[in-house]
Design a binder for this molecule. Structure first.
Ligand code: C2E
Ligand code: MG
Ligand code: MG
Ligand code: MG
Length: 282
């Protein structure tokens, strides 16, 4: 009987795999269409001074809702776009949209933009980013590019060249999700970053796990010595925010301060703040 069950589970397994394949193909086709129709949207999450809540910048996060398939998370469609070799057109579309939105922000507010691992293996990526910036006439000093360690590892030399090309024009380069995956301190020595983003897994354990606090303290200490700015990601509660300030971290993002929202919403942050200066005195 056990044997029968075993065979059965193999059949279920292959059926699931076939089902999975079918769904992937379906999503991929829909994604190609969505990119062509420019239906992938740029949403933005505020990056703030944790002490005051003042907005310093926004991270652009890709959003896609297919009419038939519903909302699909970037954790699904970004890797798919990489595999299907359409990540460049997706990035281009998003970056142009993001820059258009960012132009309407106050001039000291920066735009943070994620590049995928695959793009750090493509020698043309640096030039492509610079070309889009100059076409949009957007100040490169207001742009931060987020990359991950996975992205650097496959082809470190190409990644380094891309980082150098971007930094040469004043773009800041940020190491995302620090502390997870293939983290190596050697990477901080070998590559030139301007900022580092502490992964949300450490922030979410704050207050529950004393180890998380020690690790964050150590990262902050190290970054100070290396003259790297630090952003804490995934701040969900006031307690986590307070703890971070206590530890000496001043910049962060997370649901506690603001969820990713559409372009229109980012503009309202500044309009809502405006009456102070523009309202009549009496
Ligand atoms: P990431 O770059 O580390 O982005 C942060 C993720 O954490 C986002 O998920 C964001 O919505 C989520 N997040 C922010 N604050 C909180 C919080 O307080 N609690 C929790 N639980 N989550 C929070 P999202 O938008 O689903 O994106 C997932 C990943 O997909 C991103 O991780 C990034 O690696 C990738 N991604 C998203 N948009 C793009 C894009 O335009 N291009 C590329 N290459 N990758 C993207
Ligand atoms: Mg990011
Ligand atoms: Mg991140
Ligand atoms: Mg993360």
């Amino acid at each position: 009987q056990a044997r029968k069950g075993g065979v059965g589970s193999v059949q279920v397994y292959t059926h699931q795999m076939a089902e999975e394949m079918r769904r992937r193909t379906q999503i991929e086709q829909a994604l190609r269409k969505a990119i062509a129709a420019e239906e992938i949207e740029a949403h933005f999450q505020p990056i703030v001074d944790i002490r005051t809540g003042a907005i310093q910048g926004f991270e652009c996060l890709a959003r896609w809702t297919d009419p038939d398939l519903g909302p699909i998370s970037p954790g699904v469609f970004i890797p798919l776009a990489e595999q299907a070799n359409i990540i460049d057109s997706l990035t281009k579309l998003l970056f142009v949209k993001a820059l258009e939105t960012a132009k309407a922000w106050p001039s000291d507010v920066f735009l943070s933009f994620n590049l995928s691992s695959l793009q750090l293996m493509d020698p043309m990526t640096g030039l492509a980013v610079l070309a889009m910036l100059s076409k949009s006439d957007f100040n490169p000093r207001r742009v931060e590019i987020e990359i991950t360690e996975t992205g650097i590892m496959s082809d470190p030399e190409t990644a380094q060249r891309i980082i150098d090309e971007m930094r040469a024009v004043g773009i800041k380069v940020l190491l995302d999700d620090f502390g997870t995956g293939q983290s190596s301190l050697g990477r901080l020595r070998d590559f030139s970053f301007d900022k580092l983003k502490i992964d949300r897994s450490f922030v979410s354990s704050l207050g529950e796990d004393p180890q998380a606090e020690h690790i964050i303290s150590a990262i902050l200490y190290m970054c100070k010595a290396l003259k790297l700015d630090v952003i804490a990601e995934g701040i969900e509660t006031a307690e986590q925010a307070e703890k971070l300030v206590e530890l000496g971290c001043t910049t962060g993002q997370g649901f506690h301060f603001g969820r990713p929202a559409d372009a229109q919403t980012t503009l309202s942050y500044f309009r809502d703040a405006a009456p102070q200066s523009t309202a009549p005195l009496i």
